[in-house]
Design a protein around this ligand. Structure first.
Ligand code: ADP
Ligand code: MG
Length: 376
């Protein structure tokens, strides 16, 4: 099959995921302050209304619709050589980890990543006769502008259990992971663990291992809140045998060499978007909060710059270098890649201010336009 760069303009999709009120919020007597406009992907909060590509509420059927509509096309694109990024954005407790599936609760998984893995391996199974596949995964987190490996066995921390939750103890002396850019623009992570996987179970084991070693910190807002960006990356390499097809009986006859594709899918559980001052603990936590905002701020600026077609034509600089997060995602945001942002919100009135901030941030991301070109 001839792979020609698509001329299709692909905008970043922005979906909204509204979780139900959680038990804690119901106990506090919270009211639902977000209403979904019937038959439209639109929500209202107070006097504001926002339209997205999709709006999802709670419930199992909605979770599979979200996968089918937002993420399955990115998995398909991976097989055609397009890089892709899925970002879960929102305040701590809004459902990012639940949505992505980077958390493990009682050993049970929910979310998009398990559905990605299922789809990926099913597709490989149907294509494996004509194509050779190689899969690698990495799982890192960015905390305080430092990249940490969540899959490195050597630095496996002694897990201590505090308040019933595993917490990580840093191992000193590990060289930091460096983000590097090759001359062809491909971003690599020097020093990070890339695990070769050949089965769904092996990939799921990497997800579980990294999820469990992810750093968590306590804040006023949520004692399991994560202050880091967690990035689970699946790299798919394909070697496809090319044959010319006999016009007589449609059977392949002459060997025409091989075609190679490599593409990666980043699945990103972003740090909580709440302002540092809301965490209110000062000292170390406050410092982390400020750094995290740096990544989210840079991400917002990058996405907004990519969406401004006029400025792009004028050769406007896209500020990827402003944070580790945007630097790492540079070859998978804009350019030849497909991007989906899932903005997660709580419907509770006590969170209205942060919910409004999330809706504004996500709304700003909706203009991005990319021209996908397959990696060769
Ligand atoms: P975040 O990662 O944004 O801090 P979590 O994913 O940890 O938030 O979600 C916070 C709480 O809300 C968790 O107890 C989670 O199980 C629950 N939750 C989140 N989204 C949903 C949902 N769609 N349906 C039911 N419960 C949810
Ligand atoms: Mg989380």
């Amino acid at each position: 099959m001839e792979m020609t760069p698509s001329s299709e303009i692909c905008s970043v999709k922005v979906a909204l995921h509204i979780r139900p009120l959680v038990a804690d919020e119901r106990l506090q007597g919270c009211k639902d302050c977000v209403s979904v406009v019937p038959r439209l992907p639109q929500v209202q909060i107070g006097t504001h209304s926002f339209t997205f590509d999709h709006v999802y509420g709670n419930g199992g059927a909605e979770s599979s619709a979200m996968f089918e509509q937002c993420v399955a096309p990115l998995v398909d694109g991976l097989f055609q050589g397009y890089n892709a990024t899925v970002l879960a954005y929102g305040q701590t407790g809004s459902g990012k980890t639940y949505t992505m599936g980077t958390g493990f609760k009682d050993g049970c998984q929910t979310g998009l990543i398990p559905q990605v893995m299922d789809t990926l391996f099913n597709k490989i199974e149907t294509l494996k006769h004509q194509t050779e596949f190689q899969l690698h995964v990495s799982f890192i987190e960015i905390l305080k502008e430092e990249v940490k490996d969540l899959l490195d066995s050597a630095s496996e921390s002694k897990s201590v259990v505090a308040n019933g939750h595993p917490a990580k103890v840093a191992v000193p002396g590990k060289p930091a992971i460096q983000i590097r850019e090759a001359s062809n623009g491909v971003i690599t992570l020097a020093g990070s663990t890339e695990v070769a996987v050949s089965t769904l179970q092996e990939m799921a084991a990497c997800l579980e291992k990294g999820s469990l070693s992810r750093a968590t910190g306590s804040t006023n807002m949520n004692n399991q809140s994560s202050r880091s960006h967690a990035i689970f990356t699946i790299t798919l390499e394909q070697m496809r045998k090319l044959h010319s097809v006999s016009p007589v009986n449609d059977t392949p006859d002459e060997d025409m060499g091989e075609e190679y594709f490599c593409a990666k899918l980043h699945l990103v559980d972003l740090a909580g978007s709440e302002r540092a001052k809301r965490t209110g603990t000062g000292g170390l936590r406050l410092k982390e909060g400020i750094h995290i905002n740096k990544g989210l701020l840079a991400l917002g600026n990058v996405i907004s710059a990519l969406g401004d077609e006029k400025k792009q034509k004028e050769g406007m600089h896209v500020p990827y270098r402003d944070s580790k997060l945007t630097r790492l995602l540079q070859d998978s945001l804009g350019g030849n890649s497909k991007t989906v942002m899932i903005a997660c919100i709580s419907p509770a009135d006590i969170n209205a201010e942060e919910t409004l901030n999330t809706l504004k941030y996500a709304n700003r991301a909706r203009n991005i336009q990319n021209k996908p070109v397959a990696n060769r």
